[in-house]
Structure formats: C-alpha cells, structure tokens
Design a protein around this ligand. Structure first.
Ligand SMILES: [Mg+2]
Length: 291
C-alpha cells in the first residue's frame, strides 16, 4: 500500500458516524500515525468545539499534536497546535463591514427565492464568513449530519415545483448573482439541506494546509490523500462539499470516498465505500506501513 505523508479527511460521516458519536475510535486510529510523524488534517465545515466536543487535543501528546492540522468553518479557519494548544495560523475572516455584506447577500438570496419563486427558506447568520440557508426547513436528518440520497432528490423536486427548472446549478447561480449585487464573489455550495454562501470553502482549507505542510516539511500534493463522504454529484457537474478539496494544488493526490451513495463523482475520486469503518481501517493500515 502507498504510504502517505499527509492525510486529509472530513470529520462527520468520514471519521465519526455523527458529531455526537464518541471520537475515541477515530482518535485511537489517528494516534499512531501522529506519533510516527505522519501529518493529519481534518477538513470540516464545523467548528473546533464540534470536533470531539472541543476536546480532541486531550487524546494526544504535545508531540503528536505537532503533526495535526484542522481546516474548519468551510475555509474560515486553519489550526495547528502550538505547545499542545490549538492556534489559528491562517484565516479567511472578513471585517465587520465584510460580514454584513455577506449577511445582506444571504438575506438577498432568501428574498429572491421567496419573491421570484415562492420558495421559503430559513437563514442561519451566525457563522464566521458565510451563512447557511436552510432549503428544507421542515425536513430532518434524524440527527445525522451526512448526506442521504433521497434528500438531493427531494431538493430537486422542491426547486422544480417552484420553477427553478435548472436544478442546483440554477440555485447556485442565483446565489452568486445576488452576491454580485452586494459586491461579493460568493462561493456557494449545496449539500441538499443547506445552501451555504460565503467567501471561502473547503478548497481554501486544503490549499492553505497543504502549503503549510509544503513550507515546513516539503510535503507535496502527490504524497497526500484526501478522504470524505460527500464527493458524489448532486447533479451533472455539481459535486458534494468534499469535492472542494480537489484543487489545482491538491489534485495530484489521491481522493477516496467512503460513501455508498450511487452517482457520479469527480474523475479524481475513487469510491471505496465502507463508511467510517473503512476510513479508520485505512488509518490503522497506514500505521502498520509506517512502523
Ligand atoms: Mg461528511
């Protein structure tokens, strides 16, 4: 098996079944690799507090933490550990005026969807550099945070019923156009339940952390792999949030999808399936290779 110097991975649905699940198993699988000097990078849309209840660092020694990175908040924050403490080493945070422009744009998207298409949404404003627009305010994922196949179809049906015949592509275009009116180049993504509109995405995390690994340890994209559970195409040419880890900088790496969901994926991605347990076995196998 190929030995990787850098392993990037999504958290919810890839390393843990759900945000509320214990992180013990994931941490145990990570520990040996970190001790052996392999760089691990968690790339997730969530916050530090939502990874292992904000207590991830407690699983590891200071030395192990020196090899761990977190790219969080959909590109907003990049952490490394300094003396065992999480420290943001690069961020994409707007100033107050910039944040208000993002909020105006998010409300503008809500307003456009309601006024032109009669489509009701909820907006969640309280995020570092983006807003979440709930496209299925009445629907529930049963506490699980990963994508389920039927949700994409439900969203497409909702869009179609409201006259957005171009599906998710048209929805993302609406978001970007509203952004333009507010002077922002909106980076919009959609995981079926939420349309997220802001100024960064997982591509910023992947690039910034890989650059940092390159700068400090001369690690190259082709020495890294990238794991997630949301690569699948939501429709032709529009892929899930983990596909944003594929960038000009990272694309020489290997990309693996643990999801069982059928559908098209970016050409770089190998669908290995097997969910969280497949990813954790991979980490353990890498550790064996490492020793
Ligand atoms: Mg996920």
């Amino acid at each position: 098996m190929k030995r990787y110097r850098g392993i990037f991975f999504d958290w919810d649905g890839t390393a843990v079944i759900s945000r509320r699940a214990a992180a013990d198993e994931a941490a145990a699988a990570m520990k040996g690799l970190l001790a052996g000097g392999v760089k691990l990078a968690i790339v997730s849309g969530t916050t530090y507090e939502n990874i292992a209840g904000g207590r991830l660092a407690e699983y590891f020694t200071k030395e192990e933490l020196g090899n761990l990175y977190l790219g969080l908040g959909r590109g907003a924050y990049n952490y490394r550990f300094e003396d065992g403490k999480p420290a943001v080493f690069a961020d994409r945070l707007p100033d107050k005026e910039g944040m208000l422009r993002i909020h105006d744009a998010a409300y503008g998207i809500h307003r456009e969807l309601l006024s032109a298409y009669g489509l009701k949404t909820d907006v969640i404003f309280c995020r570092p550099n983006y807003c979440k627009i709930d496209m299925m305010a009445g629907s529930d994922r049963g506490g699980r945070l990963f994508m389920q196949e039927s949700e994409i179809e439900s969203l497409k049906a909702i869009l179609n019923a409201h006259g957005i015949k171009g599906g998710l592509g048209e929805l993302l275009a609406i978001a970007r156009n509203v952004g333009k009116k507010h002077g922002i180049a909106i980076k919009a993504t959609c995981d079926a339940k939420y349309l997220e509109a802001g100024i960064s995405d997982k591509s910023d995390n992947a690039d910034v952390i890989l650059e940092e690994m390159e700068r400090q340890f001369h690690i190259k994209g082709e020495e890294c792999c990238f794991w997630g559970d949301e690569f699948v195409g939501l429709e032709a040419g529009i892929y899930g949030s983990d596909s944003f880890m594929i960038t000009e900088k990272t694309k020489k790496g290997d990309f693996y999808d643990v999801s069982e969901v059928k559908g098209e994926r970016p050409e770089e991605v190998v669908q290995v399936g097997g969910g969280v347990s497949h990813f954790l076995s991979f980490l353990k196998e890498q550790q064996v290779v490492c020793i």
